[in-house]
Design a protein around this ligand. Structure first.
Ligand code: CAP
Length: 441
């Protein structure tokens, strides 16, 4: 989406609103309608109005409860019809009117929905997505006033406490996702966790595909994994955090959390998009351990430039709802986002956000030791969690060697040494480079 010149084409609106009363939302919109008319129809549809002005909608009611258009930024040029719409075809006839793109800023009075995520989303991203006259609509950003944020707990632990639990500072946390993703017994999985931990991992997690199953229940898994990690931690003299995936039916999430905590577990995980944001929020208000937030399913909402919600906005919502660690895509990984987009997602974990704590960004997807230098360069700081699944568990000499290879890679990055040079003395790193390919700087 090219927004190159939009500042110059700005149509200004008086921003005579009290910021504390509004949630401000920025959208990318494509329509064949006159953009000012479209923006006003959009604001009406999502607050007091509908396609016809109803007599009972008094000016007072509109003033207090109506969404306000506070900015329209037309983007020069024409667009193809990027979403199907029978209505547009009927109203305008294909090719008779050109479709143009704009950025819109709307202010929603939060008295209409309150500090509740389902109601917020219905207001800012509900019906309008099915309006036939909009042939692209993407929510780009949501800004919240402090008066709205004060009702949210946010991450209970955040970056600082996650580091304090492990006693790791001055470098990224280094972690793994157990592979194979599914099919292992609790005993076998615990053995693989032990090997990774012994090799120096700070953090290990269930794959998002594994939760509480008949063949490997959370209860069995916590017992076996925590016993294995205790052994590994004593042997290596460092701690390991393990995120148990407690994604389940809503009425089981707290029960599974309790099983994890009672059996010595030190982190839980939710597939936040499939279980729902409000479910994560409820867990965040209850949890005794950090929450690791996986984002599978969310790319269905975020990947298209023409529909859905941007990942930075979604990352903000994950954080608002209490995620302590948030998947943000992968630097030079196997996922669709550019590195710049990943870095922007990561910033949403730590940007100033009222009293809401920072969450720890996660770089994950197709990672291995050789991607440590490029992660360091592109991210520009070390406050993140670097996760490798196949990049550790597919190491030719096994998981312990895989974990060592990533630790060695980060030692080299921190010392400013090229990985290929460091690998002359570090066998596990050398074998990783031989196996996985070229180091990326
Ligand atoms: C990574 C992963 C994660 C991805 C996607 C996988 O494994 O476990 O789910 O990082 O995360 O199964 O693909 P590898 P998200 O390290 O072996 O690639 O959906 O949260 O972006």
């Amino acid at each position: 989406m090219n927004m190159g010149r939009f500042e110059r084409d700005l149509i200004r609106f008086p921003e005579a609103i009290d910021d504390e009363d509004y949630v401000i939302v920025t959208y990318y919109l494509e329509t064949a309608m006159d953009i000012e008319k479209a923006a006003n129809a959009f604001a009406a549809e999502q607050s007091t109005g509908t396609w016809q002005r109803v007599g009972y909608e008094t000016d007072d009611l509109r003033e207090k409860h109506g969404a306000k258009v506070i900015g329209i930024y037309p983007i020069p040029g024409e667009c193809p019809q990027n979403l199907p719409s029978g209505t547009t075809m009927k109203e305008f006839g294909a090719g008779n009117r050109c479709i143009r793109a704009s950025v819109l800023r709307l202010a929603f009075p939060h008295i209409n929905f309150g500090p509740k995520i389902p109601n917020l989303l219905t207001a800012v991203a509900g019906n309008l997505y099915e309006m036939g006259s909009f042939t692209a609509i993407k929510l780009i950003d949501i800004e919240f006033p402090d008066s709205y944020l004060k009702d949210f707990t946010g991450p209970r632990f955040g970056v600082k406490v996650c580091r304090d639990i492990l006693g790791v500072y001055g470098r990224p946390l280094i972690g793994a996702i157990i592979k194979p993703c599914v099919g292992l017994s609790a005993e076998r999985l615990a053995e693989l966790a032990y090997q990774g931990a012994k090799g120096g991992l700070d953090f290990i997690k269930d794959d998002e595909l594994l939760a509480d199953t008949t063949y490997n229940s959370i209860k069995d898994r916590v017992k076996h994994v925590m016993a294995a990690l205790k052994r590994a931690d004593e042997e290596k003299g460092e701690k390991t955090m393990y995120a148990f995936n407690i994604t389940d039916r809503l009425d089981r999430v707290k029960e599974l959390h309790d099983i994890v905590v009672e059996n010595g577990g030190n982190c839980v995980m939710l597939n936040a998009a499939t279980i729902g944001l409000e479910a994560m929020r409820e867990l965040a208000e209850y949890t005794e351990v950090p929450i690791h937030c996986h984002r599978d399913f969310a790319p269905m909402w975020a990947r298209s430039p023409y529909l859905g919600i941007s990942f930075p906005a979604l990352t903000k919502l994950f954080r608002l709802c209490g995620a302590d660690q948030i998947h943000c895509g992968a630097i030079q990984g196997k996922l669709y986002e550019t590195d710049e987009e990943v870095v922007t997602n990561m910033r949403a974990c730590t940007l100033e956000f009222g009293g809401i704590k920072d969450a720890m960004p996660v770089s994950s997807g197709g990672q291995w030791a050789g991607k440590s230098p490029v992660n360091a360069r592109k991210i520009g700081h070390y406050d993140f969690l670097h996760l490798s699944g196949g990049g550790i568990y597919a190491h030719p000499d096994g998981a312990e060697a895989g974990a060592r290879s990533v630790r060695q890679a980060w030692d080299a990055v921190l010392k400013g040494i090229r990985l290929e040079d460091y690998a002359k003395e570090k066998r596990e790193l050398a074998r990783a480079i031989e196996h996985f390919g070229s180091v990326i700087y």
